[in-house]
Design a protein around this ligand. Structure first.
Ligand code: BGC
Length: 256
């Protein structure tokens, strides 16, 4: 099945049509800068632009940087606070006139990697960390997602909130060389290792492309790999999620 996958990020909104069976992008990826301020109506208008770019008429999956329950955004760390308690499934569906299902962006990336990438068939606990404007996390236990883990917001033993200390945006903002930033990320990963004892860490987001440049600084015993789909995992996973969610909702039996 072909689904338009969209990844809403703090700096860019990206999309491509995805073959959900293979995870391949069947079109070029298209990126539009995230409107600033990233208000709900402005983000919805940008998503509409993307849909028009692809002249898309089918199902849409959208990875979004917030905890999302039943279509409602519940947090807003790197987007406008007015998103909190907005039903973004409804807002985006109405704006573009197509069926849209939204999922946390890191959960989307994790879904793609567990279905088709590095996490496929892994026994035990897999943690995916996306390194971008924020730090996003998704956790899978024997292939089953525990949704909306917001573990980029944990506090480290130096009193710093992980995302405000070790994200890629912080590296850029503080002008840190990758060598200076890497110990910060290692601090985060060792903390996560001690708390969850995972079997595998998968790194996604823009910075995952550069893993070879900071792998030496990582001291965790857990294997660490870059997402097979690198920062396209979010787009692919959003598409897979939409297909699964649409099917799940169709099969839900109405209450008596
Ligand atoms: C948000 C998460 C998101 C992550 C990556 C965090 O600030 O709270 O929901 O997954 O950024 O975008």
């Amino acid at each position: 099945m072909k689904v338009l996958g969209i990844d809403v990020g703090g700096s860019g909104i990206k999309g491509a049509v995805v073959d959900t069976k293979t995870g391949e992008l069947v079109t070029e990826r298209h990126r539009i800068p995230t409107p600033q301020p990233a208000m709900p109506s402005a983000v919805a208008a940008t998503i509409k632009e993307l849909v028009e770019h692809f002249d898309w008429k089918g199902l849409v999956g959208c990875g979004f940087p917030a905890a999302i329950t039943h279509g409602f955004a519940r947090t807003a760390a790197n987007i406008d606070k007015s998103f909190i308690n907005t039903n973004i499934n409804d807002l985006f569906s109405k704006t573009i006139g197509l069926e849209v299902y939204c999922v946390n962006d890191a959960d989307a990336a994790g879904e793609a990697e567990v279905c088709l990438g590095e996490g496929k068939g892994v026994d035990g606990t897999v943690i995916l960390v996306t390194i971008g404007t924020g730090l996003g996390t998704s956790i899978f236990v024997n292939g089953q997602l525990v949704p909306n883990t917001e573990l980029g917001h944990i506090y480290l033993d130096n009193g710093r909130e992980a995302e405000l200390y070790a994200s890629d945006a912080v590296r850029e903002r503080e002008n840190l060389k990758r060598k200076e930033w890497a110990p910060r990320f290692n601090h985060y990963l060792t903390t996560m290792e001690a708390l969850f004892w995972p079997d595998l860490f998968i790194l996604g987001g823009g910075a995952s492309k550069k893993l070879d440049r900071f792998a030496d600084a990582l001291t965790v015993k857990t294997p660490v790999v870059a997402a097979t789909m690198l920062n396209e995992a979010g787009i692919v996973g959003a598409a897979i999620y939409a297909q699964t969610e649409q099917k799940r909702l169709k099969e839900l039996k109405p209450l008596d």
